[in-house]
Design a protein around this ligand. Structure first.
Ligand SMILES: Cc1cc2nc3c(=O)[nH]c(=O)nc-3n(C[C@H](O)[C@H](O)[C@H](O)COP(=O)(O)OP(=O)(O)OC[C@H]3O[C@@H](n4cnc5c(N)ncnc54)[C@H](O)[C@@H]3O)c2cc1C
Length: 395
């Protein structure tokens, strides 16, 4: 990728830098780097930060202006992501709507659905959750059993979802339901948009390893939603869901990967605490962590190039490569962090208070699972890039 900036992009970068310098101050600055995509630490502050970004016009950059975006080019989005990652703000709270459901609706939604749902996402007024996984349907998502059927002008929904990130904060869920039980597994599934504020929806928090409330179980017992709140065609939700999972590994991954570099700096500082200098195996691991962080960044840039030019590596393949590499590198980095802290890494504060590096160590375990597990990614890569025989699949 050619990283030389045109005069227009240089001006744009200045605009981003100036805005961040003026607004990433006070409590926001004191919470630099706080949070992950999978936890709810400092939730209210992170929501406030998202609202600050929205007021400045820095959320949903690539969306059309009519839906609350600024129709930014890929280059502008790239410049923004790089500057944003360098500034190390609190982790955005409302990524479910902006990075997952919003892009899916932009692609598959009706004009009425886009006009109704996208602007409140861009203004950080309505929150979203993804209701795909079930106790018996994760990697094997097509095995989902939550049912929906028509009753006059409404859908009625029965079933259970699990691991719904930030589900307890969600005003709306986008839910995969079986709408034709007689169709083959991958057909007869529809994506319904369901309001959470109703008696038929029961959302229960699940405590995560970081000690926080993050994901949820969701029970549907006669839940209802309007007949027109189907994303894409009825019974064609599988293709829509695959589109949604694709965006899960899209352009914002670059900023995620850039966070690794900051964490390497933190670990190096920890290893040097008390005037020590890292030696032996730790020195080697730190060098590897630094190298990993650079490779993760370059993977992100390669993905952006593929998306922008439509040339080179297939973006779906590249995003999978990036995810497999970054989640492995991040897990290793968490382990190195613990070694750098030595025995102190095992001590937690009052009420299970974890420091940043302990959070990285424990939290990164989730990265090889969400958005498609490591093994599922490797299966896909082996078929698409190496041409190995397809894994046997149930019809
Ligand atoms: C932090 C976090 C947040 C999440 N957020 C959401 C959310 O918001 N909404 C949502 O719907 N879901 C969410 N999930 C769920 C996530 O998508 C699933 O956990 C994931 O798809 C795996 O499904 P599973 O947990 O049922 O594991 P399983 O599918 O039961 O897998 C168990 C193990 O078997 C392996 N395995 C399974 N099938 C194969 C195969 N064919 N070949 C080789 N190995 C295989 C897997 O790789 C894994 O190691 C989240 C998960 C996490 C950890």
């Amino acid at each position: 990728m050619d990283l030389t900036l045109s005069p227009e992009l240089t001006d744009f970068r200045e605009e981003v830098r100036t805005w961040l310098a003026e607004h990433l101050v006070g409590e926001f600055a004191r919470h630099r780097g706080v949070g992950f995509s999978w936890d709810a630490e400092a939730w209210d502050l992170r929501v406030a930060w998202d609202r600050e970004l929205a007021a400045g016009g820095w959320l949903c950059l690539g969306w059309p202006e009519e839906y609350g975006g600024r129709a930014a080019t890929i280059d502008q989005q790239l410049v923004f992501q790089l500057e944003y990652a360098l500034a190390d703000p609190p982790y955005r709270a409302t990524t479910q709507g902006q990075d997952l459901f919003g892009p899916t609706l932009l692609h598959f939604g009706t004009p009425e659905q886009k006009a109704r749902f996208l602007p409140p996402i861009a203004r950080v007024e309505e929150f979203w959750g993804q209701g795909f996984s079930e106790p018996g349907a994760g990697s094997d998502l097509a095995g989902l059993r939550t049912r929906a059927w028509r009753d006059g002008d409404e859908w009625v929904i029965d079933g259970q979802k699990v691991w719904t990130s930030h589900g307890g904060y969600a005003d709306w869920l986008y839910v995969l339901c079986r709408t034709d039980p007689d169709a083959p597994r991958h057909r007869g599934i529809s994506m319904l948009v369901v309001p959470t504020d109703q008696p038929g929806v029961d959302i229960r928090w699940i405590r995560n390893v970081l000690g926080g409330d993050d994901f949820c179980e969701v029970y549907f017992d006669g839940a209802r939603t309007r007949a027109d709140l189907v994303v894409g065609e009825v019974d064609a939700g599988w293709g829509v869901a695959m589109g949604a999972l694709g965006t899960e590994r899209g352009t914002t991954m670059l900023a995620e990967n850039l966070r690794l570099q900051r964490e390497v700096e933190l670990i190096t500082e920890a290893a040097r605490a008390g005037g020590r200098e890292p030696t032996g195996a730790l020195r080697r691991d730190l060098a590897r962590a630094w190298t990993d962080a650079r490779i993760a960044e370059w993977n992100g840039l390669r993905l952006m190039t593929a998306i922008k030019t439509g040339r080179g590596v297939d973006p779906v393949v590249q995003s999978s490569v990036s995810k497999v590499f970054a989640s492995r590198a991040h897990t290793r980095l968490g382990e190195t962090a613990m070694r750098a802290r030595d025995a102190a890494s095992e001590l937690v504060g009052e009420d299970y208070a974890l420091d940043r590096l302990q959070q990285v160590f424990l939290g990164t375990r989730a990265e090889s699972v969400f958005g498609g597990t490591q093994q599922i990614q490797l299966n896909m890569l082996s078929e698409r890039t190496l041409g190995l025989p397809r894994e046997p699949r149930r019809a």
